[in-house]
Design a protein around this ligand. Structure first.
Ligand SMILES: C[S@@+](CC[C@H](N)C(=O)[O-])C[C@H]1O[C@@H](n2cnc3c(N)ncnc32)[C@H](O)[C@@H]1O
Length: 263
């Protein structure tokens, strides 16, 4: 496996990953079928969380490894009081901070369409400004395999929403390694906190357009079972019927889980 990485500390080729999975021309891209499915799941998850928001609960989110990718946040923007972005790779953190924010404009228009909301220049500008504001704040360095994943974070208490899209499942070779990481993430959450997670499903490999990487061939049912055993309720779980996505030898799933309130 040859890794043509942009920085020796990067996990993969960040620009190649971005253009393969989240190209600027969103609805005209060959990966749109998958991204449309993901964004529709995130919209459904946002609707579930919106009930808590309506009940007066704001969300302070921590995203574990955002990658170079801001599109998955678009359905959640109006729900968040704050979000702390992070990534393992210095190049991803730089892309997040410096990319022209208009790169994500077509995704905002597409999400508004999927939400059946009015897509006028005010609604697009509003979400673009929220997205720009969130990504301008300090982006943390994270190594989820390390004993202390976030060296700059004192505690996780200030967050009540944890987000992790295609991370533990994309950086592990076997299930033992995957569940060790997931367990570490679950420990960050307090009772009633939520976890939104996307995962490769039935996948042994995925690629960034340059190199191939392993994935532990997870099933959505086994992830759900693990979450239930670890004191979480499942509020949303869906698996895509797309069997071989662009760059993948399998499919994808999205889960929203909530840690049970302490008795
Ligand atoms: C498949 S990408 C997912 C990125 C983004 N969340 C998305 O959905 O597009 C996997 C991410 O995990 C990050 N990563 C690699 N090794 C890591 C580690 N040890 N700890 C935390 N993140 C890591 C990579 O930098 C990359 O951003």
């Amino acid at each position: 496996m040859t890794k043509n990485k942009s920085n020796t500390n990067d996990y993969f080729n960040c620009m190649s990953y971005l253009s393969q999975y989240w190209p600027e021309e969103c609805e005209n891209s060959k990966v749109w079928q998958e991204n449309r499915w993901l964004l529709k799941c995130y919209i459904e998850v946002a609707k579930i969380l919106n009930k808590d928001k309506q009940a007066g609960k704001g969300f302070q989110a921590l995203e574990i490894s955002t990658g170079p990718t801001l599109a998955p946040l678009i359905p959640f923007l109006e729900l968040l009081d704050s979000i702390q972005l992070s990534d393992y790779s210095p190049t991803n953190r730089k892309i997040l901070r410096t990319i022209d924010i208009n790169y994500w404009k077509k995704y905002i228009v597409a999400v508004l369409k999927l939400e059946n909301k009015k897509k006028n220049s005010t609604s697009v500008k509003r979400r673009l400004a929220l997205l720009d504001n969130f990504r301008k704040q300090k982006i943390l360095d994270v190594d989820i395999k390390a004993e202390k994943p976030f060296p700059d974070l004192v505690n996780y208490e200030k967050f009540n929403l944890f987000i992790m899209h295609f991370v533990a499942d994309s950086i592990t070779e076997n299930k033992r390694e995957y569940y060790d990481i997931l367990k570490k993430v679950l420990k960050m959450l307090n009772p009633s906190n939520h976890l939104i997670m996307s995962s490769l499903i039935d996948c042994k490999t995925w690629d960034d357009g340059v190199s191939k990487y392993p994935s532990p061939k997870l099933s959505i049912k086994e992830i759900e079972t693990f979450l239930l055993k670890n004191n979480f309720d499942i509020k949303f779980a869906k698996q895509s019927h797309i069997e071989h996505g662009v760059g993948l030898d399998g499919g994808m799933g999205v889960i929203l889980a909530q840690k049970k309130a302490s008795i």
